[in-house]
Design a protein around this ligand. Structure first.
Ligand code: DX5
Ligand code: ZN
Length: 219
């Protein structure tokens, strides 16, 4: 079980310090939300920013690409220090080629599905990926409400992976906090992204500890 704070909710005027704060708060991974203003109606940051933060934290960087043409930018994000790269099945790049490109750069590939996309959309690729990210909000913005009707997808993916003898991580992203993480853990999720729930908490260490405790109790 892993907690991945989303840097989307950090104070961007001091990203390095924020990454350090999460490292000290015992985050497992750092989740980086990359948005291009095309795939989603919002723009965040790109590879140069990740590269600067890379110098400050040793945590695995989990880079979530919400961009139209992920394949074009895989080299940039790998060069910047990404460890895990997830991209959307709804994006325009060839999925197999993008997975292969990520692997060729020694990064771990993951596929993301938006709320309206069924779990079965990732089934053709299960053999080739490290993780599936089930979005529990419409991608684009932090601070939205958790969509609990997404939870059955977690089980569908886990069951299909099990049937084929595969070990695949399932990640959830969007509206994860102390009230919602229990249900996501019970549904079988392994990795929990939390932006607002961790960054806006009075004490990030306590917030992460609480999230971990609830997730463990329910998994
Ligand atoms: C949404 C992003 C999420 C978001 C999560 O497009 O992918 O990672 O930052 O933020 P919260 O936890 O505030 O919903
Ligand atoms: Zn994300």
């Amino acid at each position: 079980m892993k907690i991945a704070p989303s840097m989307l909710s950090c104070d961007f005027s001091k990203m390095g310090q924020e990454a350090k704060r999460m490292t000290e708060a015992k985050a497992d991974w750092l989740h980086m939300d990359i948005m291009d203003g095309h795939f989603v109606p919002n723009i965040t940051f790109g590879a140069p920013i990740i590269k600067s933060v890379r110098a400050i934290s040793d945590l695995p960087f989990d880079v979530h690409l919400m961009i139209e043409h992920p394949l074009k930018y895989i080299d940039d994000f790998c060069d910047a220090g990404a460890d895990i790269i997830t991209f959307h099945v709804e994006a325009k790049s060839d999925i197999k080629k993008t997975i292969e490109k990520i692997k060729s750069r020694n990064c771990k590939p993951g596929l993301v599905i938006k709320p309206k996309t069924p779990a079965s959309a990732v089934f053709p690729y299960l053999e080739d990926i490290y993780m599936v990210l089930v979005m529990t909000v419409e991608p684009g913005f932090g601070g939205q409400s958790f969509m609990e009707d997404m939870l059955p997808k977690i089980n569908e993916i886990k069951e299909e992976a099990k049937r084929r003898g595969l070990e695949i991580l399932v990640q959830v992203d969007g509206g994860i906090n102390a009230k919602t993480i229990g249900d996501a853990a019970e549904a079988g999720a392994d990795v929990f992204v939390s932006g607002t729930g961790v960054f806006k908490a009075e004490n990030a260490t306590a917030a992460i500890m609480e999230l971990k405790a609830i997730a463990l109790k329910n998994s």
